[in-house]
Design a protein around this ligand. Structure first.
Ligand SMILES: [Zn+2]
Length: 441
């Protein structure tokens, strides 16, 4: 009786267990054999020994065991990457370059990448991924031909250069110390580039170099012939009064809630916020047209007296104690209070908002990295994106930001680096130093 009633039950139970085991086995088999995904960048076919490849590997379920790579050309193969993973990682990023072997010449080549997982069924060829990338080795650096000879550049001033490059490039510009000024393709293979001699660079250290990198990563540099003209910058002493602090620091108190006194807020604003704004200027400097939007000398605020110059070395005093030192990076021009401010030249507005130490600030892009800055404005009559003409009123002078009295702080920037505006008011300087190079193209 018992036997008869229990045997179908046992049989069903056995079938269930069997099915479960088979299911688990299939599941384990699928999991075990799941292949990692490989992403190789750059995607392009052209490569050199300087190309920085990035390989991203993401494993599924089964950890990574081994990575290897080889480069082949005309029957010759060189293994150049052998990486055994520790601890079965589920992902890995490898940055590598191709092996610089004399046997490899320009022309077609094949990059092979193999990744293995800890699959138990590796003998069946499972858990292995193979990527073959067909490449064209390009080992010829681009050639730079300068279109002109010597450049005279003032300390804190601007320079311009035009040159041609023998092949398509991915990065091109002029390097000055830690600064990189992008060049812009104009006609054919001709590039134009504004660069600057930073105010705080010693003339002996000013060695601008054109740097070009082609699509395969080959680089070439060409030193510019320059005559650096040293400038003496003025020393200035500024007294920070309680009246000034109480009046001005309310604009910034919400940004620095941890600071108690207006003086402490001021120190943060004059240092941290100033630095932050300089960084933002670099970013805004890249928002530029690939064409010359301006013409003729830049306008100076009409009927205005110069109050402070570019590069002034400012010591700040509070109650007779020196509390700070900064460099003044524009020209201060004072006219009547709330005087209308004309756009210095044709261009496109790339900033029109309250901007840190500058208060209400408008920045106009004139193309190829050249921009003008108008700050401490009482009101702004233009919005970001607007196209403006030389002489068009863009706002009124005021005292917003770190201004003590009503004035216009006017600045000129080259790819976000502040330079002396004085040169840009001078028609002869523009003709000799800019148009000479622009018109060469
Ligand atoms: Zn100023």
């Amino acid at each position: 009786m018992d036997k008869k009633s229990s045997s179908p039950f046992l049989r069903n139970a056995l079938i269930c267990v069997l099915l479960a085991v088979i299911g688990l086995g299939v599941f384990a088999f699928i999991r075990d054999g799941s292949s990692p995904t490989l992403t190789l960048s750059p995607q392009g076919e052209v490569a050199s020994f300087n190309t920085d490849f990035t390989l991203k590997i993401a494993a599924k379920h089964i950890g990574l065991k081994k990575l290897s790579a080889s480069l082949s050309q005309d029957g010759k193969t060189v293994d150049f990457l052998e990486h055994a993973f520790v601890g079965k990682p589920m992902e890995h990023t490898e940055v590598f370059r191709l092996p610089r072997e004399a046997a490899f010449k320009e022309g077609p080549a094949e990059l092979t990448i193999v990744v293995r997982t800890h699959s138990l069924l590796s003998f069946l060829g499972r858990g292995k991924v193979l990527v073959v990338r067909k490449l064209t080795l390009d080992l010829t650096p681009p050639r730079v031909t300068l279109n002109q000879g010597v450049h005279n550049v003032n300390q804190g001033g601007s320079g311009a250069v035009s040159f041609s490059v023998s092949k398509p490039v991915q990065r091109v510009g002029v390097a000055v110390g830690e600064h990189f000024f992008p060049a812009y393709l104009q006609k054919g293979n001709d590039y134009f580039c504004f660069f600057a001699m930073p105010h705080d660079m010693a003339p002996a250290d000013f060695k601008p170099r054109v740097i070009v990198r082609d699509l395969a990563g080959n680089e070439a540099t060409q030193t510019l012939y320059v005559y650096a003209i040293p400038k003496d910058f003025k020393f200035d002493r500024l007294t920070v009064s309680d009246e000034f602090l109480n009046d001005k620091m309310t604009q910034y108190s919400s940004q620095y809630p941890q600071e108690q006194s207006p003086l402490d807020i001021y120190k943060r604003v004059n240092n941290d916020l100033r630095k932050q704004n300089l960084g933002e200027l670099q970013r805004i400097g890249q928002d530029t047209a690939n064409a010359t939007l301006w013409s003729g000398p830049f306008l100076r605020l009409p009927n205005a007296a110069g109050r402070a110059g570019f590069g002034d070395q400012r010591d700040y005093f509070y109650n007779g104690m020196k509390i700070d030192h900064q460099t003044h990076m524009g020209v201060d021009l004072a006219s009547l209070a709330n005087a209308p401010v004309p756009a210095a030249n044709d261009g496109r507005v790339v900033l029109a908002e309250f901007f840190g130490i500058y208060g209400n600030c408008v920045i106009i892009d004139h193309g190829l990295g050249l921009q003008s800055l108008y700050s401490h404005l009482d009101s702004m009559d233009v919005a970001k994106g607007a196209e403006v003409k030389k002489g068009q009123f863009i706002g009124k002078t005021g005292t917003t930001g770190l201004a003590g009295g009503d004035h216009l702080h006017f600045g000129i920037l080259i790819s976000g680096v502040q330079v002396s505006p004085v040169e840009w008011w001078d028609e002869h300087w523009i003709k000799d130093n800019v148009l000479r190079h622009l018109n060469k193209q």
